[in-house]
Each structure stands twice: as C-alpha cells, then as structure tokens.
Write a protein that binds this ligand. Structure first.
Ligand code: ZN
Length: 242
C-alpha cells in the first residue's frame, strides 16, 4: 500500500499540479492530506477543488484553513499571514468556506497503523522542530507511524536507531519497530532553503518513505500572488524556499 502524502499546499496551484504529475508517475494507492490547503497563495479555490477531487483517504485541517473558515481569530498570525487569510476568505464562496469549516480537526487514524496530524497529535497547532518535540508527539500518537506538517520542513524522527534527522530528497528505509514521526515538507511554500515543491510517498509494503522534490513554475505562482494584490514578500519567498 502506497500513500501519497500532501501537506501545506497553501493555495499554490502550480506547485500542487507539478507534485500530482510527479506522484502519478511514481504511483500511489491512497492520498493523505495534512492541512493548510489555503493561505499565502493566490489560488485557494482551485487548490481546494483539486485536493477534494483526489478523494483523500485522510484529510485534516490546518491552522490557516481554520482561521480562514472563521473558526478561530487570526490573533496568532503575523501581518502577512493575516492579510493573506483575509484576502482568501474574501475570494472563496460561502460553500467553499463551509467546506473549509467542515474539515476535521486532527489527529486522525488511517488504516495500516498511521496517524496524521497538522502540528502534533496532542495539539494541531504545535510545531514539531526537534527530537524533544518529536518524542512528545510520538508518546501522544496512537499509531506507530505519525505524519505531521505545519513547519514546512522535511524531517524524519524515529525511536531506536535513527535519533533525529533533517532530511533532503531521499528514500528512507524505515525501521520495522518503534515509533516513526515524519514531515514530508510543504507542497506550496517550502521553507528549508530548497524552493522546489515537497511531498512524500509512504510505502507500507517496502517500509520506505520517499521524500520527493519537484520543480514547478515558481514565476507563475509569483505572478498570481502579485496580480491578486497579496503582499509581495509572499511571492519573493517562493524563489528562495523560505
Ligand atoms: Zn502551513
């Protein structure tokens, strides 16, 4: 069984399309979406539709989806994030906002011994950055393999032989026992210094996790952001992957 793992698309349609084309080539059986479909990018409506059309086996909300839907105020957001989420709420239809509002809160259990969370199993808004955070997250997880997003930084943590690793594009052989916590990075707004779109393929039969990076039309995504009147920094950062 192969799972396509998508997180933090952030309304970046060119990045999502490039990832889906690459993933179709690799092949997968089911799709897991870890939240933050909208916010920052200029194509929230199309990204929402494209994501739902994948009929994900698992789909949870992120903090940007939650704030955009009006479930929570934008008090924890910086000015740029707030400006973009207000713009997003203004361009989505009432039906699309309802769909966002109805996205379930993580964590969610997926058949095969997987748990998905946007931030961490104990708090959907918590950022897992280091081994200590990962240890807490794994202790709270109710499945052996826990997949998270939110930081936009690919990383794999495992109890036992792998203590911690920030990882680049690679296929990782996962240990057969012990907890595994993985972040495949962000489709629409990578922040690890590599501007290419990030996603993952988890193969439960081979026990491998492929962390994949895909080139996409960054200039197009930037143009869309500028044309929408969104803060220019949001376009700029895509070129640097930060
Ligand atoms: Zn995010």
């Amino acid at each position: 069984m192969r799972y396509l793992i998508l997180s933090d698309m952030h309304a970046n349609l060119p990045a999502l399309e490039a990832v889906l084309a690459d993933a179709a080539h690799v092949g997968y059986d089911a799709v897991l979406v870890l939240g933050d479909l909208v916010g920052y990018g200029a194509d929230p409506s199309a990204v929402l539709a494209r994501t739902l059309a994948l009929e994900p086996l698992g789909l949870i909300r992120g903090n940007h989806d939650k704030v955009c839907a009006g479930i929570e105020p934008a008090t924890s957001f910086n000015d740029v994030a707030r400006a973009s989420i207000e713009w997003t709420a203004g361009v989505l239809s009432p039906a699309e906002l309802r769909t966002l509002a109805e996205l379930p809160m993580g964590p969610a259990q997926i058949p095969g011994g997987i748990e998905i969370a946007h931030g961490a199993p104990f708090d959907e808004d918590y950022y897992v950055f280091d081994t200590r955070d990962a240890g807490r997250a794994l202790a709270a997880a109710s499945a052996r393999i826990c997949l998270v997003g939110h930081t936009h930084l690919p990383a794999v943590f495992a109890t036992g032989e792998i203590s911690a690793s920030a990882v680049a594009e690679d296929t990782i052989q996962l240990p057969a026992t012990g907890g595994i916590l993985a972040n495949v990075g962000s489709v629409g707004q990578p922040r690890d210094g590599d501007p290419r779109a990030a996603y993952g393929i988890l193969d439960l039969t081979q026990l491998t996790l492929a962390l994949r990076r895909v080139n996409y039309d960054i200039a197009l995504a930037q143009r869309r952001i500028i044309e929408a009147g969104l803060p220019e920094w949001l376009a700029e950062r895509l070129a640097h992957g930060e």
